[in-house]
Design a protein around this ligand. Structure first.
Ligand code: F6R
Length: 594
């Protein structure tokens, strides 16, 4: 969603801020803007559309302090007037998050005489700060009081007109990091914005205020100066660069053998880091989007290998339903960003109701990582493409290891099987490399011309299809639906006509025959069938038009190998159609609003 960067130092701040905004483009945005001081006043330059449109209207000023923002519209359409920064009176701010009580605040502020130009909640927040500051005449007091007035989540950079050498930063919900190098100090919503300058950063916590001067950063909490731990981003800057690939998504797909190899080595040698979930009476998995799909597979693996019932829920539903939680319930939250609003709300609800919580998270120090009782980091490095690939497979792999550990503990997995499973983990990276060598362009060409695509599979194969279908629709804008293969004939089969693409997944040999019958049903009605199947499952050539085969020594890893062709297919279809693969329309990398 929105991105924030600020710089205060010795160098021209505009190129640094613009560069930072470009490195945050992946978060998704529809307008961008910057603010700095010029003479006695603020200079604000903002524009709807891409950062390149903003660059076209930049002026030749060379301020050494500047704040910038990319906006993903929530309150009010994408437009210049709604984009950040917003100035009200003597205050200019950029903001990530949502001010939930902005409408009532706006009414009160209008009574005080404030007039608003935009439809945004951010302009209201700026007016709140201006009004409080005019009353208190004390900046720290004003910022401390904000917490009482603003409801919702926010990360704010604030410029006060009467203190032209300082950026103030604070957060409640949405993340902010602060960093320094020999030229000056940075503040940003996310690590890629500053990674070119330094790998060391401070994570601003709720209730803290950062006062960022040219040569010094001061952190304040409860009116007192505090010292904070300096953290280091442990991945190489290459994880945030395209490294010769045309798109981040393609790069991240190809990184999977490597990150998976590292993950397996790390967690198999430190198996104690994989939680033992045997003591819980009830297990819920909660997540959104692809992470939810990883959770669906997780429940299959835990049920199959650990013989334990697991339910997986979409976080935006879970947070509002009756969940019957207690001390004997384990709630596993999955999130690449660790900042997804609905997943955070579900986590807090689970904690309130005394459940134990585990987070499967990529972004170190993110809200979910910090608030859960136990965190498992998937260590994917930066994932920049909006459509997740490597984080998703590592999430599935985490569940695979949890299920494996449970199966061992309960004696369900025999010594013989254990050897086979461990061998399967070791071979997984090379199995993925093998399927990455397939030429997916020819299959993609048959799909790229179509308006609708169907994915079918049963049980775990259905869950794999859900993720394949999401990948396709989010980046190629082709409508696609997933069905449990046996369900088609209850209505949806009426949509199958000549050449309708049906992509079928068969990896589970127990129900392969059933899925094959369903493929025959759609084939008989003229569908183009592309089958992705486990190599040793027999399939007559009349059943498919195209066939992609995958191998994996153990069923605990097969779903991971099988998603790779579907990721590649989605990528190649979007590539043929010429879409902006890394930044699909309307989407954001980190969904910090409900
Ligand atoms: C799809 C995708 C999204 C995310 C979802 C959850 O490719 O990336 O569906 O999986 O928004 O995000 P996180 O994992 O950050 O909670």
């Amino acid at each position: 969603m929105c991105g924030i960067i600020g710089y205060n130092g010795k160098q021209n701040a505009i190129p640094i801020v613009i560069n930072g905004l470009k490195n945050l483009e992946y978060r998704g945005y529809d307008s961008a803007g910057i603010a700095y001081f010029l003479g006695n006043d603020f200079k604000i330059i903002k524009e709807k559309g891409r950062i390149s449109s903003l660059e076209e209207i930049l002026e030749d000023d060379e301020p050494t302090l500047c704040i910038g923002h990319t906006r993903w519209a929530t309150h009010g359409k994408p437009s210049r007037i709604n984009s950040h920064p917003h100035q009200v009176g003597d205050i200019t701010i950029v903001h990530n998050g949502i001010i939930e009580n902005y409408a009532s605040l706006k009414e009160e502020l209008m009574k005080e005489g404030y007039k608003f130009q935009s439809e945004t909640d951010t302009e209201v927040a700026a007016a709140v700060i201006d009004s409080l500051y005019k009353k208190t005449k004390d900046k720290l007091l004003t910022l401390e009081k904000l917490n009482e007035v603003l409801k919702g989540s926010y990360a704010l950079l604030i410029l006060f007109k009467d203190e032209k050498d300082t950026i103030y930063a604070l957060r409640e919900g949405s993340p902010l990091i602060v960093a320094s190098n020999e030229t000056g100090n940075f503040v940003a919503s996310d690590i890629p914005a500053i990674l070119e300058y330094t790998k060391n950063y401070y994570l601003l916590e709720h209730g803290e205020i950062a006062i960022i001067k040219k040569d010094k950063v001061t952190f304040i909490k409860d009116k007192k100066e505090i010292t904070k731990e300096l953290l280091t981003f442990k991945f190489d800057i290459s994880s945030a660069k395209k490294e010769g690939y045309p798109h981040y998504m393609l790069k991240e797909i190809h990184e999977q053998p490597e990150v998976i190899k590292n993950f397996i080595e790390h967690y198999l040698t430190n198996f104690n880091l994989i939680p033992d979930i045997s003591k819980y009476e009830k297990i819920h998995i909660v997540a959104c989007g692809s992470a939810y799909h990883a959770g669906l597979i997780g429940s299959f693996l835990i049920e199959e290998y650990g013989n334990m019932e697991v339910s997986t829920y979409v976080a935006s539903e879970y947070r509002y339903k009756k969940n019957f939680l207690n001390e004997k319930t384990l709630v596993i939250l999955i999130s690449q960003s660790g900042e997804t609003a609905d997943t955070i709300a579900s986590l807090r609800l689970a904690k309130e109701q005394k459940a134990t919580t585990i987070g499967i998270v990529n972004v170190v120090g993110s809200t979910i990582a910090r608030e859960v009782d136990e965190v498992i980091y998937i260590n994917a490095g930066c994932e920049i493409a909006v459509a997740t690939t490597k984080a998703y497979t590592l999430q599935v792999l985490t569940f695979s290891l949890i299920a494996y550990k449970l199966g061992l503990k309960k004696g369900i997995i025999t010594k013989e099987k254990q050897k086979e499973i461990e061998e399967g983990y070791k071979l997984l990276p090379s199995e993925i490399s093998k399927v990455l060598k397939v030429d997916y362009k020819k299959y993609a060409a048959r799909i790229a011309t179509k308006k609708n695509v169907f994915f079918i599979g049963r049980l775990i194969d259905y869950c794999i299809c859900e993720e394949g279908s999401l990948k396709l629709k989010e980046i190629s804008y082709i409508h696609s639906e997933t069905y449990p293969a046996g369900e088609l004939k209850h209505g949806t089969i009426s949509l199958i006509e000549k050449n309708t693409p049906v992509i079928a997944v068969i990896t589970d040999s127990k129900i392969a025959e059933k899925t094959i019958s369903n493929i025959k049903e759609v084939k008989a009605r003229g569908a183009y069938t592309l089958v992705v199947k486990r190599k040793d499952i027999p399939l007559h050539e009349d059943t498919f038009d195209d066939l992609i085969e995958v191998e994996g020594l153990s069923d605990l890893v097969l779903s991971i190998v099988t998603i790779i062709p579907l990721q590649m297919l989605a990528y190649e279809v979007a590539n043929i159609l010429g879409y902006d693969i890394d930044k699909p329309r309307n989407l954001a990398k980190s969904v910090t609003v409900e």
